[in-house]
Ligand binder design. Sequence first.
Ligand code: NAD
Ligand code: G6P
Ligand code: MN
Length: 431
Amino acid sequence: KFKVAVIGGGSSYTPELIEGFISKAAELPIGDIYLEDIEPGRHKLEIVGGLVQRMVEKAGLDINIHLTFDRHEAISGADFVISQFRVGGLDARIRDEKIPLRYGVIGQETTGPGGFAKALRTIPVTIDICRDIEQFAPDAWLINFTNPSGIITETVLKHTEVKMLGLCNVPVNMVNYVAEAFGVEMERVYIQFAGLNHLVWGQKIFLDGEDVTEKLLLQLASGQDFNMKNIPDLLWDKDLIESLGMLPCPYHRYYYMSDKMLEEEIKEASHTGTRGQVVKMVEQELFEIYRNPKLNVKPPELEKRGGALYSYAACNLISSIANNKKDIQIINVKNNGAILDLPEDSVIETNCIIDKDGAHPLSVGHVPAKIRGLMQVVKAYEELTVHAGISGDYHSALQALTIHPLVPSSSIAKKLLDDILAENKEFLPQF
Ligand code: NAD
Ligand code: G6P
Ligand code: MN
């Protein structure tokens, strides 16, 4: 039986993850789950732990749930380490969202300067965790959800020995959207993905092997849209979709409609607060619900968060590694020449064959100019961010922000960077 460690186990998403393990119990035998956290007071960990315990009991499964503050205990001898932590908590996220808005720049927790700040905070902790894995669980797979997921994965693959696979729920939600649009099961849909985390395009879409890209895009252009819960719901422009000829991911709105998205964010910030402020309230509500000793399943209220199908992605990946399935899933993985327009050692998000040795990307080749430029510039931003996050090099940090497509000038980049460094001081030992 497997040992699983969850770093950031007190997350309100943990019941989602456990639901996935329960549904896969027949093919994925788990003996122990360690929920590890650092939250002072153990508040969230105790509440989530209680619910998780009741879920496992209701399912009649023999899984030992351990709640711990001891990372060594959690990681030691683990087969799978799942990373889902947030350095600095939601208060840091809210700052990430607000700093850019001061300068008329999109404020988002993973895309643009907000994601940059989150990366700088997260990289030192991630490296620390990886040193523990190298020492106490060298054969473990690190399955990462911690954002910005692509940047964190690239950091680990470039700077540690840990076997890491990066995940995001966006690609499976795109597959789910196509399945719903055609009224079929998800298994019948295949999308050829290419891109980066939160910047991934569905280049071609197949239903039972037939190319249905055009049909799907007609529906999308006519307003039959989909989105993640955390992104302002603006409809795509018909001509944009027609000229693109591919399925954009929901996060592309920040790049293709920056002006309208910024207006929307400013409106939201003054009405409901930023997304981080909204999530703070949703989380309080969730923990009140989790506390109920009669509750023994994942409550529907969790759907207010952006993490839909999170456990579907995580548990399918873990099961395919454990069972050497050789099926295809969408993973953040070392490029290795799959996309010829990006460096070999950079991390991309694309279709991979999953077996006991991990994820092997399928060849993409060259991508067309209409997506190549944006992909390359954001990759260069990511590369510089990884370097700045590891070394604390101010110049790399400044160049990262300066070249980011959502930042209009070097002078604004400098103001953003100085605010980010000042307001995150306690989380940035590398600077
Ligand atoms: P959260 O604020 O609830 O944080 C989860 C837990 O992490 C908290 O209980 C916190 O105490 C803990 N934590 C903070 N620092 C830690 C550390 N050094 N070691 C161990 N635990 C630590 O956050 P959340 O909303 O549950 O999100 C967790 C992470 O998952 C975030 O990074 C978020 O961006 C990411 N996320 C990713 C996806 C994806 O598609 N990749 C989807 C949803 C969430
Ligand atoms: C998903 C993304 C995650 C993101 C999350 C935010 O759409 O794929 O990477 O961080 O939702 O959800 P939240 O509810 O925290 O705003
Ligand atoms: Mn994501």
